[in-house]
Design a protein around this ligand. Structure first.
Ligand code: SAH
Length: 249
């Protein structure tokens, strides 16, 4: 049996942002495993088995993928964006570490993708052009107190910041709290970008300041970027361009 297992990133949405090596591996797979909307993005074909599951079942999904590859199938686990950024690659390695010894014989590879923060940054200009950090604002897998501490320290270090999973229906208050911490730490004039559904037909990029920002400007399809103290806006008829200079001197 020589199955293999690839964890692949499908990028932020546009087909043109799927890398050629990911397209190639999707064409060779016997089985695709992933969260329902991501599996839907894989072209169907004769003989390809699609295993679409709910978002919360990451470890079950990873275990299933390992079992199939160990049994000789060619399996691709799909994530949006990059699979190593708040996504399936770490879940897979957790399952591998806790799982059967023989799974360590499986040929496993991770193929990168265009992460939402890179697509969002490009859509707005170059707000991540100098040092930056990225933080997942969901407290499903970590305590809210840790998120608050990281926001404070990132603001203190004057990083630009990219925020994933800013606000969901089940956690409406967290993002409002995050905005008020940032407003307090960075001041009202700091630039904030709400980049929604980047690279899809519904793309919307809004550039504003912390004073004007409202929690409702973000949802689960939004990547939020807060600039550093040096981040600037160039106004143009075609819309603003945001950038952070590469030098602080
Ligand atoms: N692995 C993914 C991130 C998964 S977490 C990646 O590398 O991009 C899911 C979060 O990513 C969403 O809540 C949102 O904050 C962000 N996101 C994913 N696709 C996006 C898109 N097309 N536009 C804006 N944000 C997106």
């Amino acid at each position: 049996m020589s199955g293999w297992l690839v964890v692949a990133g499908l990028g932020p949405g546009a087909d043109g942002m799927i890398t050629p090596e990911v397209s190639e591996v999707l064409a060779q797979a016997t089985d695709i495993v992933g969260y329902i909307p991501y599996v839907k993005r894989v072209p169907e074909r004769e003989g390809l088995v699609l295993h679409a599951t709910d978002n919360r079942q990451e470890l079950d999904r990873a275990t299933h993928a390992l079992e199939m590859a160990a049994a000789g199938r060619n399996v691709v686990v799909v994530s949006s964006g990059d699979p190593g950024v708040f996504a399936m690659a770490s879940a897979l390695f957790e399952a591998l570490e806790a799982g059967l010894e023989q799974w360590r014989e499986v040929d496993i590879r991770v193929l990168p993708g265009v992460s939402a923060m890179l697509a969002a940054s490009a859509a707005a200009g170059a707000p991540l052009g100098h040092d930056f950090c990225c933080i997942n604002l969901s407290d499903n897998l970590k305590p809210w107190s840790l998120i608050e501490r990281r926001l404070q320290l990132a603001a203190e270090a004057d990083f630009a910041m990219a925020f994933y999973n800013p606000r969901s229906k089940s956690r409406p208050e967290g993002f409002a709290k995050a905005l008020s911490i940032l407003h307090e730490a960075c001041g009202p004039d700091r630039i904030i970008i709400f980049a929604r559904a980047v690279s899809t037909d519904e793309q919307q990029v809004r550039v504003t300041t912390l004073a004007e920002a409202e929690p409702e400007m973000a949802d689960m399809r939004t990547l939020v970027i807060v600039g550093s103290s040096l981040t600037k806006v160039i106004d143009r008829p075609a819309g603003p361009l945001v950038y952070t200079p590469r030098s602080v001197v």
